[in-house]
Design a protein around this ligand. Structure first.
Ligand code: NDP
Length: 390
C-alpha cells in the first residue's frame, strides 16, 4: 500500500525540509531486519507469496506452526489488512492462523516514518507499527507462521493452503496478500531506497521540500506524482523511456502546463548516485545510448504495481490489471473466501484503508461462519450464506 508511510522514508524530525535521511536498511529500524534479497526488485505489499509450488516438500507442522494447522479462519498475508483481520477474528474467538510470508509485515516493513496512520501524532516507524499489529493479533490468540504460501485449493471446504509442504485448513479464508510496487531493478536503487529513492510521492513528497527530484514513468501514476511533487520540490524532472505516454491526455496537459515540471522523453535511469542519500542520477538516452549525469535530490519510481495474486489464479477472479475481484465489499466468488487490502485495491493503497478492509473481511467471515453453522444445525435458511455478508 501507499501512504504517507509507504516506501522507506526519511526522518522529518531531524529536519522537516531534509530529504530521506533514514536509511531503508535493517539499521534504519533499530532491530528490525529488512531483507531485500527476497524482494524481486519490489516493495512487497501484503506478504511474500511464493511463486513456485513446493507441494511434496516435507514440511513440519510442529516446527512451522506450533502444530496447529487447522483454523476456523485462515489468513494469507500479514500487512495491515491481514493482521487487522487477525485481530478481529481472534477477538471473535475464531483462533485464526496467519500465514504471514517469509518477509512478514508487508510494505510497511520497508517504510521508515509513517505519519498518516491515525493514533500516532508523532509518527511511527513502519516496522514498529507492524510489530504492534502483530503483538495485538497474537495477544488474542492468533497463530502467526512466517512462511510463504505455495498453493491453494478453494474448490471444497475446508479450504486448503499449502506452505512449504505443510497443509493448512480453514473453514473460511481471508486473502490479504497485498501488492508490490515495481522497481527498476538497479542495485543502486535498492541500496538508496529510503535514502531518497521512493515509490510513493504521496508518502514521501513532503520530505523533498526545496529539492530537485525525478519521477520515472509515463503512465498516469507518474504524471500524477510529478504534479503532486511540485508542491514541495523546486523542480520535478519526469523521465520516460519512450516518447509516447500511456498517461491520459489531461494528465499530460496538466504536467506540461506546470512550469515546475520538465518532461524528458527517451531517457532511462542507468544508475542512482549517492552513498548516504541520493545525490544524482546517471541517465541514458534510449535512442542514442549516450549517458549523462545530473544532480538530483530524490528519485520517485512510478512504473506500476503488481498485485500478489499468482497463486490464486484459477481459483479466484482477477480483473484486467491482475487484482482480485471483490463483490459486496470483501466477498470473492467463492463463499467463505474473503478478500482484503491491496490485493484488490489499486485505488487507495493506504495502510489505514487496508486495515479497514481487514476488519470488514473478518466480520464478514465471522458472520458467514455463523450462518454456516446455523445451516448445519438446521436452524438457518437457504439464504443464510448470502445474508451473512449482507
Ligand atoms: P502504467 O502501466 O499505466 O504505466 C507504467 C509506466 O511505467 C509506463 O509508461 C511504462 O513505460 C513505464 N515503465 C514500466 N516499466 C519501466 C521500467 N522498467 N523502466 C522505465 N519505465 C518503465 O502504470 P500506472 O501506475 O501509471 O497506471 C496504472 C493504472 O492506474 C492505469 O490504468 C492508470 O490509468 C491508472 N491510474 C489512474 C490515475 C487517475 O485516473 N488519476 C492515477 C494513477 C493511475 P512504457 O509506456 O514504455 O511501457
Amino acid at each position: 500500500m501507499t501512504d504517507t508511510e509507504k516506501t522507506a522514508r526519511p526522518d522529518p524530525a531531524a529536519s522537516p525540509d531534509a530529504p530521506m535521511t533514514t536509511p531503508a536498511g535493517a539499521d534504519a529500524f533499530a532491530g528490525f531486519a529488512i531483507d531485500f534479497s527476497r524482494d524481486e526488485g519490489v516493495a512487497g505489499a501484503g506478504v511474500a507469496v511464493a511463486s513456485t509450488p513446493a507441494a511434496g516438500v516435507p514440511g513440519s507442522a510442529s516446527a512451522e506452526s506450533g502444530g496447529r494447522t487447522e483454523a476456523k479462519v485462515l489468513i494469507i498475508g500479514s500487512g495491515p489488512a491481514g493482521l487487522t483481520a487477525a485481530i478481529y477474528a481472534a477477538r471473535a474467538d475464531l483462533a485464526p492462523i496467519v500465514l504471514a510470508g517469509s518477509a512478514a509485515g508487508g510494505q510497511l516493513m520497508i517504510t521508515s516514518d509513517v505519519e498518516n496512520y491515525p493514533g500516532f501524532p508523532e509518527g511511527i516507524q513502519g516496522p514498529e507499527l507492524m510489530a504492534k499489529f502483530r503483538e495485538q493479533a497474537e495477544r488474542f490468540g492468533t497463530h502467526i507462521v512466517d512462511i510463504d504460501v505455495d498453493r491453494v485449493d478453494f474448490s471444497r471446504r475446508p479450504f486448503r493452503v499449502w506452505a512449504r509442504g505443510t497443509e493448512y485448513r480453514g473453514d473460511a479464508v481471508i486473502v490479504a496478500s497485498g501488492a508490490s510496487a515495481l522497481w527498476l531493478g538497479l542495485d543502486s536503487e535498492t541500496r538508496l531506497r529510503g535514502r531518497g529513492v521512493s515509490a510513493c510521492a504521496t508518502c514521501d513528497g513532503f520530505f523533498f521540500r526545496g529539492e530537485e527530484v525525478a519521477v520515472v514513468g509515463g503512465g498516469d501514476t507518474a504524471l500524477e506524482e510529478a504534479t503532486f511533487l511540485t508542491r514541495f520540490a523546486t523542480k520535478v524532472h519526469l523521465l520516460h523511456r519512450r516518447d509516447a505516454f500511456r498517461a491520459s491526455k489531461i494528465m499530460i496537459d496538466r504536467a506540461k502546463a506546470n512550469d515546475k515540471i520538465e518532461i524528458r522523453t527517451n531517457v532511462e535511469v542507468d544508475e542512482v548516485i549517492g552513498t548516504a542519500k541520493v545525490e544524482g542520477l546517471r541517465l541514458r538516452d534510449t535512442k542514442t545510448g549516450e549517458t549523462s549525469q545530473v544532480p538530483m535530490g530524490g528519485l520517485f519510481i512510478a512504473i506500476g504495481y503488481k498485485p500478489n495474486t499468482d497463486i490464486f489464479r484459477g481459483e479466484l477472479d482477477v480483473d484486467e490489471k491482475g487484482y482480485l475481484v471483490v463483490e459486496d465489499e470483501t466477498r470473492s466468488k467463492i463463499d467463505g473466501v474473503f478478500i482484503a487490502g491491496d490485493v484488490h485495491d489499486h485505488r487507495y493503497r493506504q495502510a489505514v484503508t487496508a486495515a479497514g478492509d481487514g476488519c470488514k473481511a473478518a466480520i464478514d467471515a465471522e458472520r458467514w461462519l455463523e450462518a454456516m453453522h446455523a445451516q448445519e444445525a438446521g436452524i438457518g435458511s437457504a439464504g443464510a450464506t448470502k445474508a451473512a455478508t449482507a
